[in-house]
Ligand binder design. Structure first.
Ligand code: GTP
Ligand code: MG
Length: 316
């Protein structure tokens, strides 16, 4: 679906878009009008027009959900959502069958609670056949904390009797050095997803660079604006390419909470609203407790799982 399929894109605009790295109709929709206007210098009105045309094109081709559909159609569509196993049946059940495509699943919790281990395990399992909990696709691992370890991919694969050479080959790693580099990497995801049969994108973690770089109250609103743009791009990527996205997040204590758990995920409303599912991990001796938080249709239920040689497993 190249840019020529949209009549409103003349030769000059096409050159302009291509030079800015926007090569397809899907790219246009993923970037959104504000990004398109920023990177090409087109007026915002023109950018809105192009992005709307692009969305209609994708709807016509069935690549994107129509704007108006019945609840029945939606229900039927949701029955066919694909899911990726986490490696633990208990955790999968908590999530309604595994990590969903077309959505963002946020995993948050204290250090050592298993966020990075979930990322490593799902990056391997997404490659497996459907009966083994996968989608026969590849993963992109966006590593912002320098904690991706290929050795861990090897050890988890071996423990699960999976050919580790394939596991390694099917994970594309992007090391991210700062927040603007992270923005660039997310913008570039579309092309890599399309050309590599990607079914899962991992962002471990979503906001650590932003937290480290934007210090103090004065910079908070700029930080949140940039995070907001980033998260919306991720939502569109999940939707348009029908892939699963997992983001990890840290916790911070909120001293004003008198009753209950004083820990909240970082990133405020921007992250809260962008995530379809939020999973809170807590340590419980050798096991871990996962709880679904703020879900539109899950009760606040909990499940136990464990961390071991196989990565994520059922509780001991
Ligand atoms: P932060 O990124 O620091 O916030 O933590 P995290 O939530 O990402 O924690 P992570 O997923 O890295 O979990 C670390 C825990 O996983 C360790 O405390 C171990 O319990 C377990 N773990 C990590 N590597 C291995 C391994 O090779 N073998 C086994 N059995 N367990 C491991
Ligand atoms: Mg981690």
């Amino acid at each position: 679906m190249n840019l020529d399929s949209i009549e409103e894109i003349g030769p000059a605009t096409k050159v302009n878009l291509t030079n800015a790295g926007v090569g397809s109709v899907k790219d246009l929709v993923v970037r959104g009008p504000y990004n398109i206007s920023e990177i090409t210098g087109l007026s915002i009105e023109k950018a809105v027009e192009l992005c709307n045309k692009a969305r209609i094109k994708l709807e016509e081709l069935g690549a994107l959900e129509k704007s108006f559909i019945t609840a029945t159609e939606l229900y039927n569509k949701r029955q066919s959502i694909a899911r990726i196993s986490t490696g633990s049946r208990c955790l999968d059940e908590l999530l309604g069958g595994g990590i969903e495509t077309g959505s963002i699943t946020e995993i948050y919790g204290e250090f050592g609670s298993g966020k990075t281990q979930i990322c490593h395990t799902t990056a391997i399992l997404v490659q497996q056949s459907k009966k083994d909990g996968g989608l026969e696709g590849k993963a992109i691992y966006v590593d912002t904390e320098n904690t991706f370890r290929p050795e861990r991919i090897v050890s988890i694969s071996k423990a699960r009797n999976i050919e580790y050479i394939n596991s390694l080959e099917n994970i594309i790693v992007a090391k991210v050095f700062n927040s603007s580099h992270q923005e660039l990497v997310i913008q570039e995801l579309g092309k890599i997803i399309e050309n590599n049969n990607i079914k899962l994108v991992l962002l471990d973690s979503a906001i650590s660079h932003f937290r480290a770089e934007f210090l103090g109250r004065g910079t908070l609103s700029e930080r949140q604006q940039r995070l907001n743009k980033l998260m919306h791009m991720l939502i569109r990527i999940a939707e348009i390419y029908n892939i699963a996205i997992i983001i990890t997040n840290q916790i911070q204590s909120t001293p004003d909470i008198v009753f209950g758990d004083p820990y909240r995920p970082t990133g405020g409303n921007v992250i809260a609203h962008a995530s379809t599912y939020r999973v809170y991990l807590k340590k419980a001796g050798k096991n871990r407790i996962a709880r679904i938080v703020d879900s539109p249709y899950h009760a606040e239920i909990e499940a136990l799982f464990s961390l071991g040689e196989k990565g994520i497993t059922d509780p001991i």
